[in-house]
Design a protein. Structure first.
Length: 565
C-alpha cells in the first residue's frame, strides 16, 4: 500500500499533467528511467510552470514531446488566432473575461471574440464560468513561450492596454462604491467603452471580486516589469476594497509592491500613501503598535511635503491607533488636530471619519456626553454627503454611546442601519462586527430569539472571513444569551473561547469583558472562588485600560462575593 505522502505526491503529479494521458505517460516514463527519483521529487520538478514542458520532454522524442503535440495544434491556427494564443500567454493573471481579453488582443472587439471562440473550439483555452476562460498550466506555459517570441513592442503594447483596462475599470468601480473618496484616488483616463457591469454598486462589487486575483497580480507584474505608475495607482485604487473585504494578505502584497516602487523612484508622496495603507491594514488585524508606527512614518513624510490633507489623514490614523492601545490622552491631540485641518480644507468625508473616531475614543474613555456630540455631528454630515460607509461607522459608534446612556431603542435603530449599510456596501469585516453588536442591542431590548439568530449569523460570517476579533465578539454575545437562557455549560464554553481568541489577537478590552462574564456566570452557579478569580483578573485589566463599565461590573461582583464562602 502506498504511503499517504506518495498518494498526495501522485495526485500533485496528475494535477500538474492536467490528467492528459500523454503527459501522464511521459511522467511515468521519467520515474521508470530514473529509479532514484521519487514521486514527490517529480512533483517538485513539475511545480514550476515554465519548467514543466522541459520535464515532460520525453528525452527528446519528437513524436511524443508535449511541445510537439501542442505545436501541432498551434500550427493549425490562422495567423490572427496564433497571435491571439501567444498574447494570451503573456497574461500575468489567472483567467480573463472577454472584455479584458479584447484589450489584450487589440483590434475590434468582434475580431477578438472570433479568435477566442476559435481557440475554445480548438481546446487551447477553456471556459471557466460565465464569460470567463483560462488555460491549463501546461498550455499556459507553452503559450508563454510563444509570447516570448513576439516583438517586444507588440507584447508591451498589449500588456499596457490590459493594465490600462484594469486600472480604469477598478477606478470606475471604486468611484461607484465609495464616491466620497474619489478625490483621494488617482485620476486615470476613463475607458472609451466601459464595462456596463460597473454602472452600479452591485455590479462594481462583482467586477472587483471576479477580477481580484488579476488586479493583485497586475500590481506585482507592473512593479517588476517597468510600469511603476500602474503599480502605485492600482494599489491605491483597490486599497479600500481589499481592506473592506478583509483581503488582508492581498492588501499587504500590493502595498509592498507599491512601497518598493515609490522608494525606488524617490516618490515621497507615494511612499506616504503606502505607509497610510499599511497603517490601516495593520490596524484591521489589531496590530495597533505597528499601525501607529506606519502612521508616524506617513505623518513625517506628509509633513516634509507640506501636504496638509495627507498630514490630517496620518494624524487621524495615529490618534486612532493610540486610542486603540488605550492611550487616550496621547491620542486626543492627534484627532483634534486632524479634525481642525480637514475642517479648514473642507474635506467633509474626512471630517466624518475623524468625528466617528473621536466618538469611539470618548466612548472608551467614559465621556459619553462628549461622544454623543461628536457622533451626532458625524452622522449628520455623512447623511448630508450621502457617504454610506462613513454613515455606517458613525451610526455604530453613536449606538455604543446611546447604550451607555441608556437610550437602548435609539441605539437599536442605529445598529440596524449600521449593519445594513455595511452589508450592502460589501464591507464584510465591519458588517460581521456590526451584526454582533446588533445582536447585543436586541438582547438588551429583551428580543432574545432574534438576538441569538443574529449572533449565530455574525459568528458564521466572522469565521468565514477569518475575522478573529469579530468571532470573539459574536461568541461573547452568544454567551450572554445562553447565560440568560440558563444554558450554563454552553455559555461558559463561549466565554472561554472568546477569552482565548482575545488573548490570541491581544485584545485586552475583550479579555476583560469575557473574564467578567465568566465571573458572573460562576457566581450564578455557586462557584464563588472561580468567580473571584475571574473578576479579579477582569478588574486588573479594566483598571489598566480605564474601561469603566467592566470595572463597575467586576467591583460590584467582588463586593457581593466578599462574605461568600
Amino acid at each position: 500500500m502506498a504511503a499517504p505522502g506518495d498518494a498526495a505526491a501522485a495526485a500533485a503529479v496528475a494535477a500538474a499533467c492536467a490528467g492528459l494521458p500523454l503527459a501522464l505517460r511521459i511522467a511515468a516514463e521519467h520515474l521508470v528511467a530514473r529509479p532514484y527519483l521519487s514521486v514527490a521529487a517529480l512533483a517538485d520538478e513539475l511545480r514550476d510552470e515554465r519548467r514543466r514542458l522541459d520535464v515532460l520532454d520525453s528525452d527528446g522524442d519528437e513524436q511524443t514531446a508535449l511541445r510537439t503535440v501542442f505545436a501541432w495544434s498551434y500550427r493549425s491556427l490562422t495567423p490572427d488566432q496564433a497571435r491571439a494564443f501567444s498574447l494570451l500567454g503573456a497574461h500575468f493573471g489567472v483567467d480573463l473575461d472577454r472584455r479584458s481579453a479584447a484589450e489584450l488582443l487589440g483590434g475590434p472587439p468582434a475580431g477578438a471574440a472570433r479568435q477566442l471562440d476559435a481557440l475554445i473550439r480548438g481546446h487551447l483555452v477553456r471556459p471557466v464560468g460565465a464569460d470567463r476562460f483560462d488555460m491549463h498550466d501546461l498550455l499556459r506555459a507553452y503559450a508563454a513561450e510563444r509570447a516570448d517570441e513576439l516583438a517586444e513592442d507588440e507584447r508591451r503594447a498589449a500588456l499596457t492596454r490590459l493594465l490600462d483596462h484594469y486600472r480604469a475599470h477598478a477606478a470606475l468601480a471604486m468611484n461607484v462604491l465609495i464616491p466620497s473618496e474619489w478625490a483621494r484616488r488617482p485620476t486615470v483616463t476613463a475607458p472609451e467603452n466601459p464595462d456596463p457591469a460597473v454602472a452600479d454598486a452591485a455590479g462594481s462589487r462583482a467586477w472587483l471580486t471576479a477580477n481580484l486575483a488579476n488586479l493583485v497580480a497586475a500590481v506585482g507584474f507592473a512593479a517588476d516589469n517597468g510600469w511603476p505608475e500602474h503599480a502605485t495607482q492600482l494599489a491605491t485604487i483597490i486599497g479600500r476594497f481589499l481592506e473592506n473585504g478583509a483581503h488582508f494578505e492581498a492588501a499587504v502584497e500590493v502595498h509592498q509592491h507599491a512601497l518598493r516602487v515609490t522608494r525606488a523612484r524617490g516618490d515621497r508622496a507615494g511612499e506616504a500613501n503606502c505607509e497610510r495603507y499599511f497603517s490601516v491594514i495593520r490596524g484591521r488585524i489589531r496590530r495597533f503598535d505597528l499601525a501607529a508606527e506606519h502612521a508616524r512614518r506617513a505623518l513625517d513624510l506628509a509633513t516634509g511635503l507640506g501636504d496638509r490633507l495627507a498630514m490630517a489623514q496620518a494624524m487621524n490614523l495615529l490618534g486612532t491607533f493610540l486610542w486603540q492601545q488605550n492611550q487616550f490622552a496621547e491620542a486626543l491631540p492627534h484627532l483634534d488636530n486632524a479634525l481642525r485641518m480637514v475642517e479648514e480644507l473642507g474635506q467633509r468625508g474626512a471630517m466624518v471619519i475623524t468625528l466617528a473616531n473621536l466618538t469611539g475614543l470618548h466612548n472608551d474613555w467614559g465621556r459619553y456626553e462628549q461622544a454623543a456630540a461628536y457622533g451626532e455631528r458625524a452622522l449628520a454630515i455623512a447623511v448630508e454627503i450621502d457617504d454610506k460607509p462613513a454613515a455606517a461607522r458613525a451610526e455604530g459608534n453613536l449606538a455604543t454611546t446611546y447604550e451607555h446612556l441608556g437610550r437602548h431603542a435609539e441605539a437599536l435603530a442605529l445598529r440596524q442601519r449600521s449593519y445594513e449599510l455595511f452589508r450592502v456596501t460589501g464591507i464584510h469585516i465591519l458588517a460581521s462586527q456590526a451584526q454582533a453588536r446588533l445582536a447585543n442591542s436586541l438582547r438588551l431590548m429583551g428580543r432574545a430569539d432574534e438576538a441569538l439568530s443574529c449572533a449565530e449569523e455574525a459568528l458564521a460570517v466572522a469565521r468565514e472571513i477569518s475575522d478573529r476579533p469579530g468571532e470573539a465578539e459574536a461568541l461573547e454575545v452568544r454567551a450572554l444569551l445562553r447565560r440568560d437562557a440558563r444554558s450554563t455549560d454552553a455559555a461558559e464554553a463561549d466565554f472561554a473561547a472568546a477569552f482565548d481568541i482575545a488573548v490570541e489577537v491581544n485584545d485586552r478590552r475583550r479579555m476583560a469583558s469575557a473574564l467578567v462574564g465568566l465571573a458572573e456566570l460562576c457566581a450564578a452557579t455557586d462557584r464563588p472562588d472561580e468567580a473571584r478569580t475571574h473578576a479579579g483578573g477582569a478588574q486588573a485589566i479594566a483598571v489598566e485600560l480605564g474601561d469603566r463599565p467592566v470595572i463597575d461590573r467586576a467591583e460590584a461582583l467582588l463586593a457581593a462575593l466578599a462574605n461568600v464562602r
